[in-house]
Design a protein around this ligand. Structure first.
Ligand SMILES: [Fe+2]
Ligand SMILES: [Fe+2]
Length: 338
């Protein structure tokens, strides 16, 4: 604490001195771009929700699917609040100007996601209540840590990629027209937020010791375990909505790997060469807890699959994983279609 302008201050005069190399400088320019792109693409939540309700003549969902939809999107609602809080924490905690700008832009987006989802759920008759243990624990892990790298990995790379997967998969079911169209708007924003993780996490990792990186990976595995539990809790609701939870897991993993690969690759780390055994165990557990239709009928196949995925390396397609979300046409608050 400073006294009368002497001593320590919260103002980081060193915020412009952080760049270590050209690659980091390039990534920071991309972070600045995320902030400006966010401003350009900002949409008016009140306006868009009202426009979509009018366009589709109200909210139409089959009665047997309504409760399931409420339960899935209650988690999304509180997840949006968590994302809002985490991005505000990052906006305060990240030091370099460009990263701070990107996190600030995200906080602005998440506020909109939260109030629009709240308004939408009110139309569905949702009364806000406490979450189940698994989603609560998952969000608490990221909210409670003071470590900014853990927050960035947990929220931007793990939780937001999972949210993107749920948005995309729900949208494809065409379960409710207003929500499905709204998902396009959310997806555009969330894909940008994953970008902040991909661009800035490398800067935090390159300042870590090997031990700290291993601790970060342990944290990631804890997150994955809670996320799997959460998906298990949601499985009956997904079934009602016509969604195969196994597809959510497989899609989500591809997006998470693409985001992680981008972040670690920026440091020139062949991170896939180092086998992440706890993550591989989780992958095998998925074969038992969320079997495919074929392996459900044939237990030997289930074991064979578990063995195979434990040793196999996933294929990674960084370029295409997020293209589907970036391609949606939306109407911005400036009244233009982009
Ligand atoms: Fe969001
Ligand atoms: Fe987000």
């Amino acid at each position: 604490m400073g006294i009368a302008g002497f001593g320590k201050t919260e103002l980081r005069y060193d915020m412009f001195d952080f760049v270590r190399n050209a690659a980091e400088a390039k990534r920071l320019v991309k972070c600045e771009g995320i902030y400006h792109r966010g401003q350009e693409l900002a949409w008016d939540g009140k306006d868009i929700l009202a426009m979509l309700i009018e366009k589709h003549g109200g909210i139409h969902v089959a009665p047997e699917k309504k409760e399931a939809l409420k339960r899935v999107f209650a988690i999304i609602l509180w997840g949006e609040l968590a994302a809002w809080k985490v991005s505000a924490q990052l906006a305060d905690g990240l030091v370099p100007l460009e990263a701070k700008m990107a996190a600030t832009g995200q906080a602005f987006d998440e506020a909109r996601h939260f109030y629009v989802m709240h308004d939408y759920l009110l139309h569905l008759g949702y009364v806000p209540e406490r979450l189940d243990r698994a989603p609560q624990a998952l969000l608490d892990l990221v909210l409670d840590t003071d470590n900014l790298a853990y927050k960035l990995l947990g929220m931007q790379l793990m939780i937001e990629t999972l949210a993107l997967t749920v948005f995309q998969t729900v949208r494809e079911t065409e379960v409710e027209p207003v929500l499905c169209e709204l998902m396009r708007y959310y997806e555009r924003d969330e894909a940008r937020h994953v970008g902040l993780g991909m661009q800035y996490l490398p800067s935090l990792i390159q300042r870590m010791s090997k031990r700290e990186v291993h601790q970060l990976i342990t944290f990631q595995v804890r997150l994955l375990a809670w996320a799997l539990w959460e998906l298990k809790v949601l499985a009956p609701d997904f079934a009602i909505l016509g969604i195969d939870p196994r597809e959510v897991i497989d899609r989500g993993r591809k997006k998470q790997l693409a985001a992680l690969y981008e972040a670690f690759n920026a440091l020139g780390w062949a991170w896939q060469a180092d086998r992440n055994y706890p993550a591989a165990v989780l992958k095998s557990i998925v074969e038992f807890t969320f079997p495919t239709d074929a392996s459900r009928k044939d237990k030997r196949r289930m074991f064979a699959n578990a063995w195979e995925v434990f040793w196999n390396k996933d294929e990674i397609h960084t370029a295409t994983e997020f293209a589907v979300h970036d391609g949606h046409r939306i109407r911005t608050a400036r009244g233009v279609e982009v």
